[in-house]
Design a protein around this ligand. Structure first.
Ligand SMILES: *Cc1c(COP(=O)(O)O)cnc(C)c1O
Length: 470
C-alpha cells in the first residue's frame, strides 16, 4: 500500500512514513492510493474473528510495510480485556430487533478515541524503536483527545507528551483524567486561557521549524492516518455483530465533529462492507449537516462556534473532511486545491452544479442535526424505553439515526462516550447522576499533577526544552 497527498504529491510513502508525519509536505492529508477491495470470501473468513484478530486483518491491508508478527503483537497489546473491560472490545447492545448500540467507549478514558489512540501508542513505540529515536508529542485539548492520548502513551520509553489544556474550562472529570496521571513522561500544561489559545500555541511551536526538528515534536491529531485505519476495524466488528450473514445491509449513525469517525465508516463501505447509509449527526454546530443538505461547505468563525452539551462535537471546520472531498472530486488534486483556496479566501466553497455534487448521492451519506432539547429528550426516551443510559454525543447520533431508520435495515448507533463523562446533562435529563464505571468512583479526589502557565508560546517552548526526551 502506497500513500499520496490530497494536494497531489504522489510521494510513494508507506504506512510507517505517514504514521509519524502530521500534514503531508505539500499541506495535504495522506490517503491510500486506492482502498483495498474485499471479496465475499474475506468477509466470511473475518466474521468469526476476535477483535484483535480482525484488527490485524484490516490494518495489515493498510500497513503492509510492517512485519506481520510485529503488527500482531501491537494489536494484541492495544486491544485487551484489561484496557477495554471486556473481550469483545466493542460490544453490541440490542435495544430492540434492528436497533443496536455499538459500545466504543469502554477504554481507559471512556470515549471512542481510545480505540484509535491505543493502537497509535503501539505504532509510535514500534516505529521509534526501529528508528532508534524518541518523540515529544505536543497537543492541545478541550477534553477527550488529550486524556485519551495520555493514557495511550503513558509509561512509554520513547515518548513524552506535552498536552496544553485550558485551565478551569474542562469538566472536573475530564481534568482529573489527565491531571491525575503521575507518569514521568506525561506533562500537563494548564494554560490561563481558552482552547483556541492552546491550539494557537501548538501552531506557533510547529511553525518554528528549527525547534520542531531539534526536539522532534510530534502530533496525535485526528488527521493521522493510523487513527483512521484503526477506526475502520469497528465498522466491520459492528457489522458482523448486527447481522447473520454477509450481504445484509446495515446503516450506522455517527455523532460527528472532525469527520474522523464517520470517514472511517466511509472507508469500510468503500472496501465493500455492505453499509447502506452513513447517518451523520451534528449538534448545533452544523457545518457538516449544512454541507450534506446543500452542497455548500461553509466553515464557521471561532466566535460562531457554540458551546454545547455535546462539547466534543463543537467544531468550526472538520479536519478530515478534505479526504472525503478528494474522492468526490475524482481525486483531482488541482480541483481540490482550488476548493481549499476558496475556503481560505471566502470561508466557503460550493459544489452545486458539478460532478462532485452528483458524487455525494452515491457515497452513502445522509445527515441531520440535534439540539440540547433533542439530547435531553433522547436520553430520557432511550432510558425510559430500554433502560439504557447514553451520553450526550451518543444521543445526538441516536436522534438523527432514528430519523433515517428504515424497516428491515438494522441501525447501529455508535456510542462515542459514556454518560459518566457528562454528568451535568444527565442530571438535567433524569434528575440523577450517571453511574461511574468501577475504578472511577473517586477520580477527582486523586492527587493532581499539572503546571499552570500563561498562554505564551515562549514559555511553553522553554518548558519543553527543559523536559523533552533527548
Ligand atoms: C471526538 C468525539 C466525537 C467526534 O468524532 P469525530 O471523529 O471528530 O467526528 C464525538 N463524540 C465524542 C464523545 C468524541 O470524543
Amino acid at each position: 500500500m502506497r500513500y499520496l497527498s490530497t494536494r497531489g504529491a504522489a510521494s510513494g510513502q508507506r504506512f510507517s512514513d505517514v504514521l509519524l508525519e502530521g500534514l503531508a509536505p505539500d499541506g495535504g492529508l495522506a490517503m491510500p492510493e486506492a482502498y483495498p477491495m474485499l471479496g465475499a470470501a474475506e468477509l466470511a473468513r473475518w466474521r468469526p474473528l476476535s477483535y484483535p484478530d480482525l484488527a490485524y486483518e484490516v490494518l495489515r491491508l493498510f500497513a503492509d510495510d510492517l512485519p506481520a508478527g510485529d503488527l500482531r503483537a501491537m494489536v494484541s497489546r492495544a486491544y485487551t480485556r484489561e484496557l477495554f473491560g471486556c473481550a469483545e472490545i466493542t460490544p453490541l447492545r440490542t435495544l430492540e430487533p434492528g436497533l443496536h448500540i455499538l459500545g466504543l467507549s469502554n477504554g481507559p478514558t471512556l470515549a471512542f478515541k481510545d480505540i484509535a489512540m491505543q493502537f497509535l501508542g503501539q505504532a509510535f513505540e514500534h516505529a521509534l524503536g526501529r528508528a532508534g529515536t524518541t518523540m515529544n508529542i505536543l497537543g492541545a485539548t478541550s477534553g477527550d483527545t488529550g486524556s485519551s492520548a495520555e493514557h495511550a502513551m503513558r509509561g512509554k520509553q520513547r515518548l513524552a507528551v506535552f498536552m496544553l489544556s485550558p485551565h478551569g474550562k474542562m469538566s472536573p472529570f475530564q481534568a482529573a483524567q489527565m491531571y491525575a496521571l503521575q507518569d514521568a513522561n506525561i506533562f500537563n500544561l494548564a494554560l490561563r486561557g481558552v482552547f483556541d489559545d492552546c491550539q494557537d500555541i501548538v501552531k506557533a511551536v510547529n511553525g518554528d521549524a528549527e525547534f520542531k526538528l531539534r526536539y522532534r515534536i510530534g502530533a496525535v491529531n485526528s488527521i493521522n492516518w493510523a487513527r483512521i485505519a484503526a477506526q475502520v476495524v469497528y465498522y466491520f466488528k459492528g457489522y458482523f455483530a448486527a447481522t447473520r450473514g454477509n450481504g445484509e445491509p446495515v446503516s450506522f449513525a455517527v455523532p460527528s465533529g472532525n469527520f474522523g469517525n464517520i470517514y472511517a465508516g466511509y472507508v469500510a463501505r468503500s472496501m465493500g462492507l455492505p453499509i447502506r447509509r452513513l447517518i451523520l449527526a451534528t449538534n448545533e454546530n452544523d457545518v457538516l449537516d449544512e454541507f450534506f443538505r446543500s452542497g455548500v461547505y461553509r466553515v464557521r468563525k471561532t466566535a460562531e462556534v457554540r458551546q454545547t452539551s455535546s462539547p466534543s462535537m463543537d467544531i468550526s471546520k472538520a479536519s478530515n473532511f478534505e479526504r472525503y472531498v478528494f474522492d468526490l472530486v475524482g481525486r483531482d488534486a488541482g480541483w481540490l486545491a482550488m476548493l481549499w483556496q476558496a475556503l481560505d479566501a471566502h470561508g466557503a466553497f460550493d459544489l452545486r452544479g458539478t460532478r462532485a455534487f452528483d458524487a455525494i448521492a452515491g457515497s452513502g451519506f445522509v445527515s441531520g442535526s440535534s439540539s440540547h432539547r433533542d439530547r435531553l429528550d433522547t436520553i430520557r426516551a432511550i432510558h425510559g424505553r430500554y433502560g439504557c443510559l447514553v451520553d450526550t454525543h451518543t444521543a445526538d447520533g441516536i436522534k438523527v439515526g432514528l430519523q433515517y431508520r428504515e424497516p428491515d435495515v438494522p441501525l447501529v448507533c455508535l456510542e462515542t462516550a459514556l454518560p459518566a463523562k457528562f454528568a451535568a446533562t444527565i442530571r438535567e435529563a433524569l434528575g440523577r447522576d450517571p453511574e461511574r464505571p468501577q475504578g472511577f468512583e473517586a477520580l477527582e479526589a486523586l492527587p493532581q499533577r499539572f503546571t499552570l502557565m500563561e498562554p505564551d508560546a515562549a514559555e511553553v517552548k522553554a518548558f519543553i526544552a527543559r523536559h523533552a526526551l533527548t
